[in-house]
Design a protein. Structure first.
Length: 301
């Protein structure tokens, strides 16, 4: 009952419903002190109602409008992998995916900090297992058994999902500068560890440009593939003795057997020359280029 200048013993009961939830919340009895002006009483009532509505609304409604964390996404994937029409009896013999390739990239950015941030912001949708700085610092950003998003749309041989079977290594380099010795030394140590741990074949150490020649050019022509091949990571040709291929040698077939995606022959040739010829990067195979290709083909394939 309203009186001049105040309210005597007002009690408030409210029923609050929500279209997103079948629950109906009964707000507890609220005693408003005697003597408050009517306007203040109504304000307090409105605030109480607002709080109780927030409590009553199902929080899953709001979750649908926010970005899930990586942990929540993995949990959701695991939940979706359960067939509800079956009984559950857990097996004990299983493991995670095993990496069988190493893909080497350059970051095309200006610092390790910038690259790390790129791999941690939600909108970038890209990641790698390792980042190696110019000073040789190695940063691991994902467990080796987890699937990173580094290869993108790519193909090597019959494999068109390189992310599922590879490790991605990013070298802090803008694509126009030489790779420092400290960085390459750290890379060699890391590659040696990964090769021994996962029994990765020598032929399976390749570059991003190899698997995505129309989109990528990393690592750049300045990357020392010859040095890596000498250590057992990737392949190289015999520079001191090259023979001309026989008349029946088909360079396009050879590139395809190596793994290059020949749906765009010019792009595949450019990727090959960027890696092995270096000085002349175009879509044409010269006699010298074919001799290099033939040497690689007969040595490794």
């Amino acid at each position: 009952m309203l009186l001049k200048g105040g309210v005597v013993g007002v009690s408030l009961f409210m029923l609050i419903g929500c279209s997103t939830s079948k629950k109906v919340t009964v707000v507890k009895k609220v005693d408003v002190p005697v003597g408050l002006p009517a306007k203040e009483v109504l304000t307090e009532v409105e605030e109480i109602a607002k709080v109780e509505v927030q409590k009553a609304v199902d929080t899953t409604v709001f979750q649908a409008f926010r970005e899930l964390t990586p942990e929540e996404k993995i949990a959701e994937q695991k939940r979706m992998g359960i067939y509800k029409g079956a009984d559950w009896a857990a097996a004990i013999h299983y493991d995670l995916r095993k990496p069988n390739f190493v893909i080497i990239h350059h970051t095309a950015q200006n610092s390790v900090a910038q690259t790390v941030r790129t791999f941690q912001v939600p909108h970038s949708k890209v990641s790698a297992h390792y980042v190696i700085g110019r000073d040789g610092q190695v940063i691991q950003m994902l467990n080796d058994y987890e699937r990173a998003w580094h290869a993108g749309k790519s193909k090597w041989g019959n494999i068109d999902d390189l992310n599922s079977i590879s490790l991605g290594i990013e070298l802090d380099n803008n694509g126009k500068e030489a790779f420092p010795d400290a960085q390459i030394n750290s890379l060699l140590i890391l590659l040696d560890t990964l090769k021994a741990k996962y029994l990765i074949p020598q032929l399976n150490f390749i570059g991003h440009a190899d698997i995505a020649p129309m989109r990528k050019d990393d690592p750049s022509v300045l990357f020392p593939w010859k040095l890596l091949a000498e250590r057992g990571f990737g392949i190289w040709y015999n520079e001191d003795y090259l023979m001309m291929p026989p008349a029946n040698f088909n360079p396009i077939d050879a590139l395809k057997i190596m793994g290059y995606d020949m749906r765009n022959q010019e792009g595949a040739i450019r990727a090959f020359k960027r890696k092995y010829i270096v000085k002349e990067v175009n879509g044409v195979l010269t006699a010298h280029d074919q001799a290099v290709l033939y040497d690689l083909y007969r040595k490794y394939y």
